[in-house]
Design a protein around this ligand. Structure first.
Ligand SMILES: Cc1cc2nc3c(=O)[nH]c(=O)nc-3n(C[C@H](O)[C@H](O)[C@H](O)COP(=O)(O)OP(=O)(O)OC[C@H]3O[C@@H](n4cnc5c(N)ncnc54)[C@H](O)[C@@H]3O)c2cc1C
Length: 449
């Protein structure tokens, strides 16, 4: 049995943040991962995805300017794009492990399983610690349908050596929407099957409806209110069965991708042996991100029940856990305004309350919504679908929500986030001088006067 002050399970953004901070304070730290070191975001999520999105954006930008000074279409070479992607991802496991070694963090490869409240087994080793941090992220939600094993997950999609010409995506969340966009711009025929009546249910309904129009305009097909019931066939020759309005339908495809939600990655951990409680959102933690049922254990990142499953939150939660382990429970999880973006073209980005949430909370808000494809910012690049919605609290004059659709929204949303975090009144945001012509220079026109 090897003993440590701290064991961290998971080498993603959350796990790394805890391990490195606690080790820096002189404690003994072990870290475990069953996959190549470095976690989801940098190897199988945000970063490789945005490399592919970059190429898809370029194809779109060129297409939008054809006839306005640009002559020929841009075409994606998928194998070359994959090579480029690999130049970002290939070195991560080795670099991460080398960094751990340099920092004096003891690394273990394998699946961690709890043996008791403070012991863990990994391979042939048994490890024990005063504190254990669960930072195991999420995995695709099991769908419980026949043929589920024939589906390609997000990791598989981001690593395809060749892109099939016909793809069905199951689910209407951000991963499906982004992959649909990438695949369509790389020349595939794409269909999204979604059980709800619209995709991206947590985003603003008016802007999502504009985004759906934009994606339809490039040939992406949507099948809404449809529940996938089975997948049949063999690799490269599949049939996806679904039910819609009590009728059975099917669609044939070369590849079907699981984009139907992710759940806490706790299946291997045998948490019952450590008395750790998990609910639908993840490992149940208090405001200090400590397990409510076993104080030796903390959980952070996607696997914890607090916050959204996003990278900036994973690192933020990791820093809270590290401080609480080192100094006793003092730092609490605060609900910061958390921006998120859907990297389609046009990009959708959002922070704060949606109109629906504001109404539900009975807030009295001024809602400003407009389509902006005739504004200079969109016309200059031939962007056919863009818009925004802002929500300003009538009493306080504070911005409580901002929703943007269009090129550059993923950057612009950060200005709105800053304003919300530091309580800058909408009037003062509108009076701020921004460089012109930039997307930020439109902000004044996005707020009530
Ligand atoms: C396709 C995709 C696109 C995304 N795009 C974005 C984006 O654009 N922006 C954004 O903010 N977020 C995005 N995310 C989410 C983001 O990747 C996560 O929020 C972030 O990676 C979470 O970090 P984490 O440290 O909590 O978990 P992870 O990075 O998932 O790390 C968990 C680690 O734990 C390991 N593990 C699990 N169980 C065990 C076990 N029993 N034993 C040992 N090791 C174990 C796993 O192998 C994994 O390496 C995306 C996710 C996906 C899948």
């Amino acid at each position: 049995m090897q003993s440590f002050d701290l064991i961290v399970i998971g080498t993603g953004s959350a796990g790394k943040a805890v391990a490195q901070t606690v080790r820096k304070a002189g404690k003994t730290v072990a870290i475990i991962d069953k996959l190549p070191f470095g976690g989801t975001c940098s190897q199988r999520g945000c970063d490789p995805k945005k490399v592919l999105v970059g190429a898809a954006e370029l194809v779109d930008r060129v297409a939008q300017m054809l006839g306005n000074g640009i002559k020929s279409k841009a075409v994606i070479s998928w194998p070359d794009l994959m090579q480029f992607k690999k130049s970002f991802t290939d070195d991560i496991p080795e670099d991460t492990e080398a960094r751990f070694a340099k920092q004096g963090i003891t690394a273990f490869h394998g699946t961690a399983t709890f043996l008791s409240k403070n012991t863990i087994s990994v391979g042939d080793e048994t490890l024990q610690a005063n504190h254990i941090v669960i930072a195991t992220g999420q995995r695709p939600q099991p769908l419980g349908i026949p043929g589920e094993e024939l589906l390609t997950d997000s990791t598989g999609f981001l690593d395809l050596p060749q892109l099939p010409k016909k793809i069905v995506l199951i689910g209407g969340g951000y991963i499906s929407m982004e992959f649909a966009h990438i695949a369509a711009r790389a020349g595939a025929k794409v269909t999204i099957i979604h059980q709800g009546k619209r995709p991206l249910e947590n985003f603003d309904a008016d802007l999502v409806s504009l985004l759906v129009k934009a994606l339809k305009a490039v040939g992406i097909k949507f099948i809404f209110n449809a529940e996938v019931t089975a997948v049949e066939g063999r690799e490269g020759e599949l049939t996806v069965h679904y039910e819609q309005k009590d009728k059975s339908h099917s669609v044939s495809t070369l590849m079907a991708v699981h984009g139907a939600g992710r759940v806490a990655n706790v299946a291997d951990l045998e948490l019952e042996k450590a008395s750790v409680i998990v609910d639908k959102k993840g490992v149940v933690v208090n405001k200090y991100l400590q397990s409510e049922s076993n104080p030796a254990i903390y959980a952070c990142g996607d696997v914890s029940s607090k916050g959204l499953p996003l990278t900036p939150l994973a690192s933020y939660e990791g820093s809270i856990v590290a401080e609480n382990i080192l100094n006793g429970n003092k730092r609490t999880f605060a609900d910061n305004p958390t921006p998120s973006a859907v990297f389609t073209v046009p990009t959708l980005a959002s922070v704060g309350l949606t109109e629906k949430q504001a109404r539900k909370e009975r807030l009295s808000v001024t809602v400003t919504f407009q389509e902006t494809s005739d504004w200079y910012t969109s016309r200059r690049i031939g962007e056919p679908f863009s818009g925004f919605k802002t929500l300003v609290d009538k009493k306080s004059g504070q911005l409580v929500g901002a929703h943007l659709l269009g090129a550059g929204s993923d950057e612009l949303i950060n200005l709105f986030t800053l304003a919300m975090k530091y309580g800058i009144p909408a009037k003062e945001i509108g009076e701020t001088l921004f460089a012109y012509p930039t997307r930020a220079s439109d902000i004044r026109s996005m707020l009530p006067v």
